[in-house]
Design a protein around this ligand. Structure first.
Ligand code: ATP
Length: 265
């Protein structure tokens, strides 16, 4: 790995949507390789906008964003596809092909690495199958490889989503509200998986989270957004309820925390 592999840097970055809504405002932000960053902010604060700007799904209106030390291309094309190969995405709704096996879903993470004709004929090279199986081992469900994705629990489906991202062998993982569809117990398991994988593999990880207690518990660094603007950037160990109130522009409420009794922690 080069020194810049896994790095993200925004400089004076702005995104104004065609309808005039400001999604990102004068963002200066540097994320170092291997960091685990939790992004918080109320609905519409610009969390998804930020994540999607990293892999070029959202284009900047002005300013600059660099990933792995290189500017994210402003045009779709080969260069952007190459960059996206190195960025794994994890979604709230898992985005699995439910009628296919777990293994087939995880192999999708290899799509950018294997010639199209082989994938169409389902002739995946042994090395890629091996990578997919290792990814399933990493999330603790190698025994589910040949089960249909639709037959898994929500937590297991999200683990397949994580394994698919890992199969890309990415430098960066972007997780957009990865636990929003899960029950509290499974939520903690999936967050623990993400943290463990970050520590084991050193993959830079950005996680958008709604619940403040999860941000505190699992974040290393917390970034707070409000109206597209960076209003907080600090350690999860020292973030206070007052900081969260400033990020949200209001008092912390019961529905901001997953586990009861944590509202005034
Ligand atoms: N494609 C779009 N066109 C126009 N406005 C958009 C578009 N995508 C997002 N926005 C607006 O940009 C702002 C930031 O949205 P974004 O989805 O990034 O927020 P968020 O913090 O992820 O919110 P949530 O927690 O609800 O997902 C919002 O006001 C949203 O309505």
């Amino acid at each position: 790995m080069t020194e810049t592999q896994g790095s993200i840097r925004f400089s004076k970055a702005n995104i104004v949507y065609p309808n005039g809504v400001v999604g990102m405002k004068d963002l200066d932000l540097e994320i170092k390789p291997g960091e685990f960053v939790v992004v918080v902010g109320s609905s519409g604060a610009g969390k998804s906008t930020l994540l999607r700007a990293v892999n070029g799904l959202n284009k900047l209106t002005s300013g600059r964003v660099e990933v792995n030390g290189r500017q994210v291309p402003s045009q779709d094309g080969r260069e952007l596809r190459e960059l996206r190969k190195q960025i794994g995405m994890i979604f709230q709704d898992f985005r699995l092909v439910k009628r296919l096996s777990v293994m087939s879903n995880v192999l999708m993470g290899r799509l950018g690495h294997v010639p199209g004709w082989r994938t169409l004929l389902n002739l995946w090279p042994a090395a890629d199958r091996e990578i997919a199986m290792r990814a399933l081992e990493r999330v603790g469900i190698p025994d589910k490889a040949w089960v249909k994705a639709s037959d898994l629990s929500g937590g297991q489906q999200q683990r397949v989503g994580i394994a698919r991202a890992l199969a890309q062998e990415p430098a960066i993982i972007l997780a957009d509200e990865p636990v929003a569809s899960l029950d509290p117990v499974t939520t903690h398991q999936v967050m623990q998986d993400l943290v463990r994988i970050n520590r084991e593999l050193g993959i830079t990880t950005l996680v958008n989270l709604h619940f403040l207690d999860l941000a505190r518990e699992y974040g290393q660094r917390i970034i707070g957004l409000r109206f597209g603007e960076l209003v907080y950037d600090g350690s999860a160990d020292t973030v206070t309820d007052r900081d969260f109130e400033e990020i949200y522009g209001r008092e912390v409420r019961e529905d901001d925390v997953l586990d009861e009794g944590q509202a005034s922690a």
